[in-house]
Each structure stands twice: as structure tokens, then as C-alpha cells.
Design a protein around this ligand. Structure first.
Ligand code: FES
Length: 144
């Protein structure tokens, strides 16, 4: 299993790591099979994600995808952030080994969870906008 240079670089030097205290929304998602957990904080002003940070207790691919995902949504509108797919995150990292694809789903779901929390805090039902947070199929598989 080979990781791209970009994955290794984001794993070794992850961007936007850490806790945020003045966040507008926070979401936490986990993969029950591997036990990895990802927490994403967003700060929103005028519908723009002005700041984002994450804490990931997980594998290298989960850390690299969280790092890249935060880079891709920082400064973007909420709508654009919700359009970010795990595939786009993987492409930005020059790919992931097939067995690690489920790790990138965690990043996509963490963004959705943080945006859902942001809407809830505004008194807005997030489900019609963000949708239900789905379990990824790959995460349902037995991961060894
Ligand atoms: Fe659990 Fe990568 S997210 S192995």
C-alpha cells in the first residue's frame, strides 16, 4: 500500500489542527469499526466559512484527508463546503489506496456534521439542507 507524496506531507504536517473555542458549529463523526474519530470546528460569518480546524484521532489517511478537507473549505461558502465530496478530497491528495477510501468519507461527514450543528444553533432544521448523515458502506465492512 503506497501513499502519495501529498498524503504523506499532510500527514506529517497537518493544516488547521486544534481545538477552536469561538466556533459557530462543531461536528464529530466516528467509524465504529476502526474506532477512528474526527471532530471538525467551523466559524461562519455571512455564510462563509472563515475558519476551520479539526482534531482527528485516527489513521494517517484520516489525518491527511481532514487536513486537505479543511484547506478546501476555508474561505468557501457553506453551500460550496457541502458540495465537497470525499472523491474531491482524495483527488486533491493524488489518491488513496483502495482500503483507505473509507477514511476520506469521515472528512466529508465531519464537515456535514459541523454544518448541521451550525444550522441547529441558528434554530434551523439542518436535514433539508444537509441531509441525514449516512454511514459509509465501506465503514460497514470489517476492517482489519
Ligand atoms: Fe479508520 Fe482510516 S479512518 S482506518
Amino acid at each position: 500500500m503506497a501513499y502519495s507524496a501529498k498524503v504523506m506531507e499532510h500527514f506529517a504536517h497537518p493544516r488547521n489542527v486544534g481545538e477552536m473555542t469561538d466556533y459557530s458549529g462543531v461536528g464529530e463523526v466516528g467509524n465504529p469499526k476502526c474506532g477512528d474519530i474526527m471532530r471538525m470546528y467551523i466559524k461562519v460569518e455571512n455564510n462563509i466559512i472563515t475558519d476551520v480546524s479539526f482534531m482527528t484521532f485516527g489513521c494517517g489517511a484520516a489525518i491527511a484527508t481532514s487536513s486537505m478537507a479543511t484547506e478546501l473549505i476555508k474561505g468557501k461558502s457553506i453551500d460550496d463546503a457541502l458540495k465537497l465530496t470525499n472523491k474531491a478530497v482524495m483527488e486533491a491528495l493524488d489518491g488513496l489506496p483502495a482500503v483507505k477510501i473509507h477514511c476520506s468519507v469521515l472528512a466529508e461527514q465531519a464537515i456535514k456534521a459541523a454544518v448541521s450543528d451550525y444550522y441547529r444553533r441558528q434554530g434551523i432544521d439542518p436535514v433539508p439542507i444537509v441531509g441525514e448523515l449516512e454511514d459509509c458502506e465501506a465503514c460497514e465492512l470489517d476492517l482489519q
